[in-house]
Design a protein around this ligand. Structure first.
Ligand SMILES: Nc1ncnc2c1ncn2[C@@H]1O[C@H](COP(=O)(O)OP(=O)(O)OP(=O)(O)O)[C@@H](O)[C@H]1O
Ligand SMILES: [Mg+2]
Length: 382
């Protein structure tokens, strides 16, 4: 948050022909100035591109035509008019006919122009589209989660599993001579030991460091399999929609691991939606131009295949977003918080990237994967 330190002093800088307009139009972030009654008074070039409007047309367009009325952007504007000088929020989804679907970081600041009508100050709204750089940063964070998980799971498996089977065996022995009340306790010890063993076995999957053997796959067959498992089991009451790009080239991946990735994402989506009216959309698309420079690797990795799992649940709580892919992060009474950590590890092993967007009523996880140059072998089905 920044406050001007000496508002009464004018600073004199030699501008050498540099005008404020020139500077504002050179910025990659969209900047709008809103008057006290939400009229757009100024829009820079990036804003013209973002909203597909010419600068003259902004004055005639109500703000609610640019940003949907229920968008969190309005709450930010209210906060600034309520006295906070600058507020920032990350990952706001804009989805309008003008902008298409984009995720932006938004900053709203008070404009010190001295015009305020019943507290309705003018404000500066700046919107920065989340960049590929953000996604790379996220990808690397997820890699760290996976790595720390791998070391910890080897240690746990080694140190805990043996004594645990000793404890379980001893409880079994005690059970033989125990009365009913004590038998209940020996059973409890065995059941809880089994639960810990299960958990450790799930974690052990993280320590498998052998490179995955990947090959060409039809991702739609993977998604159909996941859909079938979900619709007959944990997602019985959820309605599924599929929006597949039929011309999608084969993905370079690993069948079982990809099933595990999408099962986890669909399970989370099914657990997030309301018991009635829950909807999950499985979507695939080819995206040109997304490539990454990977640390330690030559050249660029091209990830053109985008697979999205979207739900109409309440969204991911803000305080969770930063650590969502870390192990043991859960809001569920019976959750282990390993689902997304596992997903991040597999996607990373496959050389892909995972990202998410969330707002109330729409949360989507998007997995970007490499494509295979070879065709899917004849007769391969999942
Ligand atoms: N689609 C979603 N909508 C809302 N919140 C979600 C969604 N997906 C994940 N989350 C949040 O992220 C947390 C972590 O998910 P993760 O899959 O890692 O663990 P979990 O589902 O709680 O437990 P487990 O997968 O081990 O059963 C969840 O507890 C939930 O709060
Ligand atoms: Mg889960």
């Amino acid at each position: 948050m920044s406050q001007p330190t000496a508002p009464n002093k004018t600073t004199s800088i030699k501008t050498g022909g540099v005008t404020p307009d020139l500077v504002l139009n050179a910025l990659s972030q969209a900047v709008l100035v809103l008057s006290h009654n939400d009229q757009v008074q100024f829009a820079n070039l990036a804003a013209e591109h973002l909203f597909s409007l010419s600068s003259g047309a902004f004055a005639r367009t109500p703000l609610t035509d640019l940003i949907p009325q229920d968008s969190p952007v309005f709450a930010l504007i209210d906060q600034v008019r309520g006295g906070v000088s600058t507020v920032t929020e990350h990952r706001i989804v804009l989805d309008t006919p003008r902008t298409g679907q984009r995720t932006v970081n938004v900053q709203v600041s008070e404009l010190l122009d001295g015009v305020a009508d019943h507290g309705h100050k003018s404000v500066i709204l700046s919107l920065q589209e989340r960049s590929i750089a953000d996604q790379i940063a996220h990808r690397l964070t997820h890699r760290d989660s996976a790595r720390s998980m791998s070391a910890m799971s080897s240690m746990l498996a080694h140190e805990v599993k043996n004594p645990l089977s000793g404890i379980r065996g001893a409880a079994q022995l005690l059970e033989q001579g125990a009365n009913d009340a004590d038998r209940e306790l020996t059973r409890l010890i065995q059941d809880e030991s089994d639960r810990i063993k299960d958990l450790i076995e799930r974690m052990e999957l993280f320590s498998e460091n052998a490179p995955l053997k990947t090959g060409p796959l039809n991702i739609h067959q993977v998604l159909d399999r996941v859909h079938k498992v979900a619709a007959h089991g944990f997602a019985k009451s959820v309605s599924f929609k599929k929006s597949y790009d039929p011309s999608l080239p084969p993905v370079l991946g690993h069948r079982d691991q990809l099933i595990q990735v999408f099962l986890n994402l669909v399970k989370n989506a099914a657990e997030a939606v309301a018991p009635h009216g829950g909807e999950i959309v499985l979507k695939t698309a080819y995206q040109h131009g997304i490539s990454f420079a990977m640390p330690g690797q030559k050249g660029h990795v091209h990830l053109p295949l985008a697979i999205t799992v979207q739900d109409n649940g309440p969204g991911i709580p803000d305080d969770l977003s930063e650590h969502l892919f870390d192990p043991f992060v859960t809001t569920k009474a019976n959750g282990s918080g390993l689902g997304l950590a596992m997903v991040a590890k597999i996607v990373d092993d496959l050389g892909g990237v995972i990202d998410f967007e969330t707002q109330s009523g729409r949360t989507s996880f998007r997995v970007l994967l490499p494509m295979s140059k070879d065709p899917v072998p004849e007769g391969q089905d999942v």
